[in-house]
Design a protein around this ligand. Sequence first.
Ligand SMILES: [Zn+2]
Ligand SMILES: [Zn+2]
Length: 379
Amino acid sequence: MYTPPSVKTDLAKMPIPDRYRAWVLGDPEQLILTDKPTPVPHRAEVLVRIDAVAICATDLDVIKSGPPAMIQGGPPFNKNWTPGHEYMGTVAALGPGVDEFAIGDRVTVEIHAGCGQCKRCRMGMYTSCLNYGLNYGEVDKGHRANGFTSQGGFAEYAINNINTLIKIADTMSDEEATLVVTAGTSMYGLTELGGLVAGESVVVTGPGPIGLLGVAVAKALGAYPVILTGTRDARLEKGRQLGADHVVNVTREDPVEAVRRFNGGKGVDYVVECSGAPGAITAAAKMCNRGGKICLAAFPHAPDIVDIGHIVRNNIYLYGIRGEGKSATHRAEAFMRTKRFDATLIHTHTFMLEELPEAIRYARDRVEDAIKVVVKMRR
Ligand SMILES: [Zn+2]
Ligand SMILES: [Zn+2]
């Protein structure tokens, strides 16, 4: 029976086992289904019963090569550590003093709690915490990034700081709720560009999950026109359904020329670069008007050559953004709650927890045109 001291439970309403099923990372690419003792929430924390988790491209990178995950100051392999970060669930137990949430609340979670005490955390930039990964031994600053520096969501339970929780409406399905943090990342990008003004023009390059929801968020914020570029027609069609006014298949036409044509011969105010492709930054700069702004939201796998002279001569701003800071996830959830866009258009496949390796194969190899693959914990 799970009855840790000072922790509030309601075992009649929300039974909690002593141990729970969790996938852990062994060697690179090796996932093992095991069980762990159910963890105990401390001050400002709750125990979340995970109901669903989406697979992200970053999970695939972490499972294959480690970074950006960092456990106890090093690579995440063979540390009994569970990856996965795009999860939602139900509040199952409350740490001491927690009255912001009740047992039984349905919540979706942000990834980063940050340390809460460094300069960046104090600015709301908790995804860029200066104490990233410091949450162990004598360097315990309390930093938490679920599935990156602390235990993640390919499991039945997780501990979450209350700062990372967002209550969700009963009308939102578990699957849709796993997509809130992705929409929140797109929202954070637009926030960091200075906040979109209605009627400003936006290009999104790269129709992955963040790019597709970037189209949806930009449209919901009042952008016009919203132009999406990519290589696959099926993904571009999803972008249209999510609000793109124009789409450009870069295998068939020059995206810089097409963007200028669609925006009356002028460049656009903002580019949200979600492709990570070689040459993408220079192309984005040439899509911008003078003084335009570029948000870099992809993690390219190699350094790139950039036409810096063009960027300087045209006073173009570059912003690297990481994750979902400044409570952007709350704003994204409000859009989804009020049906300003249908994020479920990018959810393509569902698997059960014990099928995680197959779910990862679908996400990695884009089997059957998979976009977002969701794993559920119970039938
Ligand atoms: Zn992610
Ligand atoms: Zn911090």
